[in-house]
Design a protein. Structure first.
Length: 110
């Protein structure tokens, strides 16, 4: 992949244990794992009417340099919005590019 196509900053976030409370239960929160360069391609969006509200979704495909540690349990932070990974990341080429499909929801400001 040509470096010129990687023109967007993307942060990979992972749910990690940050400590324990007074009952020795784990406290978990999203932590930044890496901030990397990516190529962003908008795929499609949709709106639906549910529970007397309009909810919208935005689907994006991100291409990054190959990383084996990204999974569907991670999240992506792009331009201030969190994206959930909706499919297992795909390897393109021989460990050259990882392609990630992610969705950003617009439900009550989330």
């Amino acid at each position: 992949m040509r470096a010129g196509k990687l023109d967007r900053r993307l942060t990979i976030r992972r749910l990690t244990e940050t400590g324990r409370n007074e009952y020795n239960e784990p406290i978990v929160d999203w932590a930044d794992i890496a901030t990397i360069w990516a190529q962003q391609r908008p795929e499609r969006g949709s709106e639906r009417f549910a529970a007397a509200q309009v909810n919208g979704t935005s689907v994006m495909t991100f291409r990054i340099r190959y990383r084996a540690d990204v999974s569907v349990t991670d999240r992506l932070l792009y331009e201030g919005r969190e994206y959930e990974i909706v499919a297992p990341p795909r390897e393109i080429g021989r460990r050259v590019v990882t392609e990630i499909d992610a969705i950003a929801r617009n439900d009550d400001g989330k």
